[in-house]
Design a protein. Sequence first.
Length: 89
Amino acid sequence: MNRRSVYNWFNQKYLKQEIIHEIGILISHDFSAEFPELFRKSDFMQTLGGFHSDYPSENANAIWKDKYIELLEKYNTLLRSRVESNRHS
């Protein structure tokens, strides 16, 4: 989602229910109190991993980043050994 989209949303007279829900998920806010006719409390329920979201948490991002770096380091080591092997051939 880019900044222009957010600005456009706030310039509209009405927002779609899906957009309000997405904003609630992104900012970890339960809009069921403000819009009881649109949402149930369960639409914004918390789960074991934190606020329910289709987006990965910062912690999950850090875990995947660490795994990616580890994989790159292994790949780099493999490439170095291959280059060394080719030099000695």
